[in-house]
Design a protein around this ligand. Structure first.
Ligand SMILES: C[S@@+](CC[C@H](N)C(=O)[O-])C[C@H]1O[C@@H](n2cnc3c(N)ncnc32)[C@H](O)[C@@H]1O
Length: 220
């Protein structure tokens, strides 16, 4: 006699572990590719996998990243976004690996807009690149001083659509983004959030390597 209760809970357990494992597998693939191309992704794979689930449920068509460096984050997040994807990349300098990742992204059909400026001077070009779209996912990872992170939040989070996602990087590893996140969570914007979550890879990263990702889901 089949015990349907047990079978159901087994199926649920299996689907839960698959949904935890799949992001990790895809993120690990991106890190493997990064070591092949020679430009490392400046992120913790565990933290990226945790954020990937949130990106996935956002069904992102438009991603805005402040602070791009080589572009490794957006490359690793690519499988978790919709196939038609607009990616707006803001960085005053970019890094030597950017042309490599930019090509990897465009090869998967991503429409990349490059804004070569500090975020403090990028609002107009970002708006032009958006062409009246709203942002589904905003990743803030530029200048890590607390005032700069708060500037990026104040300036760019209003572009995020209801139900969209804001990610702040390095909220555990360095004081600026962590202090900024605390100020955001305690401030008057808190009523705009459906839920918030901080993930810090305690198991796999040594204390000095932990970065931490803050996730803010905007209300619908
Ligand atoms: C930590 S790296 C970004 C890593 C990238 N997000 C990733 O995970 O692959 C920080 C980047 O922010 C850029 N940056 C610094 N100040 C900035 C600012 N005010 N506006 C935009 N980008 C900035 C730097 O040039 C650098 O490339």
């Amino acid at each position: 006699m089949i015990d349907f209760g047990r079978a159901r809970s087994w199926a649920r357990m299996k689907s839960a572990s698959l949904s935890l494992l799949m992001p990790r597998v895809l993120i690990n693939d991106a890190f493997k590719k990064a070591s092949e191309v020679g430009y490392m992704i400046n992120q913790s794979p565990g933290e990226m996998a945790a954020a990937a689930g949130e990106v996935w449920i956002t069904r992102a068509h438009t991603v805005l990243e402040i602070g791009v460096q080589h572009g490794g984050w957006s490359y690793a997040m690519r499988p978790f976004c919709m196939s038609a994807l607009k990616y707006i990349a803001v960085d005053p300098t970019f890094s030597p690996g950017w042309p490599v990742y930019r090509k990897l992204l465009t090869d998967t059909g991503v429409d990349v807009s490059e804004v070569r400026a500090q975020s403090q001077a990028a609002f107009e070009p970002v708006n032009r690149a958006l062409e009246s779209r709203r942002v589904d996912v905003l990743h803030i990872d530029g200048d890590h001083a607390v005032e700069s992170v708060l500037f990026d939040w104040r300036t760019y989070s209003p572009l995020v659509r209801p139900g969209g996602l804001v990610l702040l990087h390095d909220v555990c590893g360095s004081r600026g983004p962590g202090d900024a996140l605390n100020a955001i969570l305690a401030g008057s914007d808190a009523g705009r959030f459906a839920y918030t979550h901080v993930f810090c890879d305690m198991w796999n990263m040594a204390a000095e390597q932990r970065m931490g990702v803050g996730m803010i889901r905007m209300r619908n």
